[in-house]
Ligand binder design. Structure first.
Ligand code: ADP
Ligand code: AMP
Length: 217
């Protein structure tokens, strides 16, 4: 399966991607994770990306597309993948279609996580990420047993720099302007399925898995 998850920042893409990708035994490819890894390693890509990320903006299409092209060329993505956070603009979606088309393949399904902005603001404001295993927590909705410590691996939890209120507001503006048009783009291709992303994590997962089952049958 070649899948894409779209939705506003904080909709729960990373949370759902982890489960869906491992259930389907396909790699989860998160452009945000790849950029953050580059930022923490201080690579030239990381240094460039950080400027945009800290401001709540998007890394330029050309840089992002080249990075994804490289990642999709790796062996583990040959038979399927779940993209989380890419594409985020119509030119990125067009480039992805072209990349896959050149290989004689195509996306199977695009799952849109649908949730109101008020709720994503609550989710982003309380998000905590593990330095170690990268698991995503929430101070209220998905609390670790001990504050600031990951139950999974014992790693320290941190708040992303771009989860500050001013940056959240800008990221939502950018989503509305640059990313929301993907709903029409993939809708026109007949590949879009909307998933109600409200309620407990497990309920959203169940809806996503049901959408995948309906697609397969
Ligand atoms: P995205 O990848 O779309 O930006 P995340 O998966 O990082 O979103 O989720 C954002 C925050 O919301 C995290 O702190 C996560 O624990 C929390 N979260 C995810 N799904 C739900 C849900 N269904 N209900 C409440 N909180 C959620
Ligand atoms: P995320 O982890 O998906 O919330 O992404 C964090 C940040 O990385 C975004 O706010 C952007 O600055 C950058 N980013 C991630 N994916 C993309 C993309 N497809 N295009 C441009 N910028 C991206």
């Amino acid at each position: 399966m070649r899948l894409v998850l779209v939705g506003p920042p904080g909709a729960g893409k990373g949370t759902q991607a982890e489960f869906v990708a491992s259930t389907l035994s396909i790699p989860k490819i998160s452009t945000g994770d790849i950029f953050r890894a580059n930022v923490s390693q201080g690579t030239p890509l990381g240094i460039e990306a950080k400027r945009y990320m800290d401001a709540g903006g998007l890394v330029p299409d050309e840089v992002t597309i080249n990075m994804v092209r490289g990642r999709l060329a790796e062996a583990d993505a040959a038979d399927g993948f779940l993209l989380d956070g890419f594409p985020r603009t119509v030119p990125q979606a067009e480039a992805l279609d072209k990349m896959l088309g050149d290989e004689g393949v195509a996306l199977d399904l695009v799952m849109e996580l649908v949730v109101e902005f008020d709720e994503v603001i609550r989710r982003l404001s309380g998000r905590r990420n593990c330095h170690g295993c990268k698991k995503i927590w929430h101070v209220e909705f998905d609390r670790p047993t001990k504050d600031g410590v990951c139950d999974n691996c014992g790693g320290d939890l941190y708040q992303r720099d771009d989860d500050k209120p001013e940056t959240i507001a800008e990221r939502l503006r950018v989503y509305e302007r640059d990313t929301a048009p993907l709903v029409d783009y993939y809708g026109a291709q007949g590949k879009l399925v909307g998933i109600d992303a409200t309620g407990p994590v497990e309920d959203v997962t169940a809806r996503a898995m049901e959408a995948l089952r309906s697609f397969g049958s």
